[in-house]
Design a protein around this ligand. Structure first.
Ligand code: NAD
Length: 487
C-alpha cells in the first residue's frame, strides 16, 4: 500500500450477470466441500479480520489521509476498534453459539432426545449502504467511509461465524475504501469462500439475479423492495435494514439540559440528521414546547456556536439532490412560517443550519417522509399520552425515543409503541450494545443483527429428534384397530 492509487483503482472489467453466476458457482462449490462449516475455519477467518484491522489500521488511515488531506483521523479509529470488538466477541463465544441446544421431548417420542442444531445457510450476499453521507469536513468524510465499511464488515462477521460463504457488495459511494476492502479481504481472508464485489446498480442487479441462500441488505426502502422482489424469485430469505421516521417523545418531567443535549446529539451531531436512527421529529406537550425549544437553542449555541453554518462539527448535506429536497420541504406551503430556529441555507456549500419548526402540517412531506437532514419538527399535543397516537399513525420506525422520569410512562411506551429499537432518556446509543438486536420492524426492516443475533441471522435452526431402536410400540402403526384407538 505504498501509494493510494494502488488501492483506489476502479474495477477494470464490468461485472455482469455471467460473472456473477460464475462467482456464485465457485463459492457454492467451495461451500459444498464443507470447509466453511468447521469451527477452525470460522475462527481462523474471524482472527484474520481482527488481524487485518490491527495491521492495516495505519494503512486505512493513511489511505484516507491521502485521499482526504486531513490529519484528524484519530476519532474514527475508535470505530475500527468497534468492528474488532464484534470480531473478538464472535471468537470468544463461537463455541457456545455453535453448540447444539438440547430440548425436552414428549411421551409420543419416548424414549428419545432432541436438539436444535445450527447449520450454515450456504452462500450469502451482503449489500451495504452509504450510511453516513459526505460531510462538510474531509475528516467527517473519512469517518463516514470507515463507518460505512463497518456497516459492511459487521454482517460479514455474522455470516462467517455461522459458517457461510459470503459475497460483500459495499456501497459505490465510497469507492476508495471499497477497493481497499476488496484488496484487504483477498489478502487476509479465504478467497475461495469470501469475496468483495465493487460497483453500483448494474453490479448489484447482476448479483441479485443469482440464487442466494440469504440476502442481507442495508439501505433505503425503495431499494429494499427491489431486493425483496429479486429474492422472492428464488424464495431466498432476506434481512432488510432500512430507515424510517424516528420520533422522540419528550415529557415535562425531565432534566431539561440533559434531554436537550441528547436530542441534539441524536439529530444534528449525528451527521446533521442524515442517519437511519437519528431523531426525525419531536413530540411534546403544548405547555412544555417553549421550554424545550429554548433549551435546544441554548445547547445548540454551546455545541455549534453563534453561526452553526461555520461550525466544523455540523455536517453538510450529502449532495445537491438531498439539499434541494430538504430546502423544498422547508418551503412547502404552511411549513416555512413554522420555523422558530435556524432555516439558513448556503447552496454552494450544501449547508443547512440546525432548524426547528413547530406544528408543521401533518400532511406536509416533512411529516410524511423520512427527513434525513437537519430539520426538526416539534409536534405539540395536549397531553403526553397523545404522542402515542401520533407515533402509531405512521409506519413503524427503526428507533423511538422517550424522555421522562416517569416510570409508568416508560413502561407504557415500551409496551405500546412498536419500533425497531428504543432509547429511554437517550438517543442512538442503543445501537452500540452488542447484546441488543439491531433491526427494524414493519417498514423499517425485517430481521436483526449484532453480536449473537448476527450469528443467528445467518444460521438455520434445525430441529433434530434422536431415537434408538428400543421401545418401539405397535400403537402408532396400522392397522388402527379399535383397541389401539382407545389407548
Ligand atoms: P440505497 O438504498 O440507495 O443503497 C444501498 C445499496 O443498494 C447500495 O449498495 C447500492 O449500490 C444499492 N442499490 C442502489 N440502487 C439500487 C438498485 N436500483 N438496484 C439494486 N441495488 C441498488 O441506500 P442509501 O441511500 O445508501 O442509504 C440511505 C437509506 O438507508 C436511508 O433510508 C437510511 O435510513 C437507510 N439505512 C439504514 C440502516 C440500518 O441499519 N437500518 C443503515 C444505513 C442506512
Amino acid at each position: 500500500y505504498a501509494t493510494l492509487s494502488a488501492v483506489v483503482k476502479p474495477q477494470e472489467s464490468a461485472f455482469d450477470g455471467k460473472e456473477a453466476a460464475l462467482l456464485v458457482d465457485e463459492l457454492r462449490t467451495s461451500f459444498n466441500t464443507g470447509r466453511t462449516r468447521s469451527y477452525e475455519w470460522r475462527i481462523s477467518q474471524l482472527q484474520n479480520i481482527a488481524k487485518m484491522i490491527d495491521e492495516k489500521e495505519k494503512c486505512i488511515t493513511e489511505a484516507l489521509y491521502q485521499d482526504l488531506s486531513k490529519p484528524e483521523l484519530e476519532a474514527f479509529l475508535a470505530e475500527l476498534s468497534n468492528t474488532k470488538s464484534s470480531c473478538m466477541l464472535a471468537i470468544k463465544e463461537l463455541k457456545n453459539w455453535m453448540a447444539p441446544e438440547t430440548v425436552k421431548t414428549s411421551v409420543t417420542t419416548f424414549p428419545s432426545s432432541a436438539q436444535i442444531v445450527s447449520e450454515p445457510l450456504g452462500v450469502v450476499l451482503v449489500i451495504s449502504a452509504w450510511n453516513f453521507p459526505f460531510f462538510n469536513e474531509p475528516c467527517d468524510i473519512a469517518r463516514k467511509l470507515i463507518l460505512d465499511k463497518i456497516l459492511s464488515v459487521e454482517p460479514v462477521i455474522g455470516a462467517i461465524s455461522a459458517g457461510n460463504a459470503v459475497v460483500l457488495k459495499p456501497s459505490e459511494i465510497a469507492p476508495a475504501t471499497s477497493s481497499l476492502l476488496a484488496k484487504l479481504f483477498s489478502e487476509y481472508l479465504d478467497e475461495t469462500t469470501i469475496r468483495v464485489v465493487q460497483g453500483g446498480v448494474p453490479e448489484t442487479t447482476a448479483l441479485l439475479d443469482q440464487k442466494w441462500d440469504k440476502i442481507f441488505f442495508t439501505g433505503g426502502a425503495r431499494v429494499g423492495r427491489i431486493v425483496m422482489a429479486a429474492a422472492a424469485k428464488n424464495l431466498t430469505p432476506v434481512v432488510l435494514e432500512l430507515g424510517g421516521k424516528c420520533p422522540a417523545l419528550v415529557d415535562s418531567d425531565v432534566n431539561l439540559q440533559v434531554a436537550a443535549r441528547r436530542i441534539i446529539t441524536g439529530k444534528w451531531a449525528c451527521n446533521n440528521g442524515q442517519a437511519c436512527i437519528g431523531v426525525d421529529y419531536v413530540i411534546t406537550t403544548k405547555d412544555f414546547a417553549p421550554k424545550l425549544i429554548d433549551a435546544l437553542k441554548t445547547e445548540l449555541k454551546t455545541f455549534f456556536g453563534e453561526n452553526p453554518l461555520k461550525s466544523k462539527d455540523v455536517s453538510r448535506i450529502v449532495n445537491s439532490f438531498h439539499f434541494k429536497r430538504l430546502e423544498s420541504m422547508m418551503k412547502e406551503n404552511g411549513v416555512a412560517n413554522k420555523i422558530v430556529h435556524g432555516g439558513q441555507t448556503v447552496e454552494d456549500k450544501l449547508k443547512i443550519s440546525p432548524t426547528i419548526l413547530v406544528d408543521v402540517p401533518e400532511e406536509s412531506s416533512m411529516m410524511q417522509e423520512e427527513i434525513f437532514g437537519p430539520l426538526l419538527p416539534v409536534i405539540t399535543v395536549s397531553k403526553i399520552e397523545d404522542g402515542f397516537q401520533v407515533i402509531r399513525s405512521k409506519p413503524k420506525p427503526l428507533a423511538a425515543y422517550l424522555f421522562t422520569d416517569n416510570k409508568v410512562l416508560q413502561n407504557r411506551f415500551v409496551e405500546n409503541v412498536s419500533a425497531g429499537g428504543m432509547g429511554i432518556n437517550e438517543t442512538v446509543l442503543h445501537v452500540t450494545l452488542k447484546d441488543l438486536p439491531f433491526g427494524g420492524v414493519g417498514e423499517s426492516g425485517i430481521g436483526a443483527y449484532h453480536g449473537k443475533f448476527s450469528y443467528e441471522t445467518f444460521s438455520h435452526k434445525k430441529g433434530v429428534l434422536y431415537r434408538s431402536f428400543d421401545g418401539d410400540s405397535d400403537l402408532r402403526y396400522p392397522p388402527y384397530t379399535p383397541e389401539k384407538k382407545r389407548v
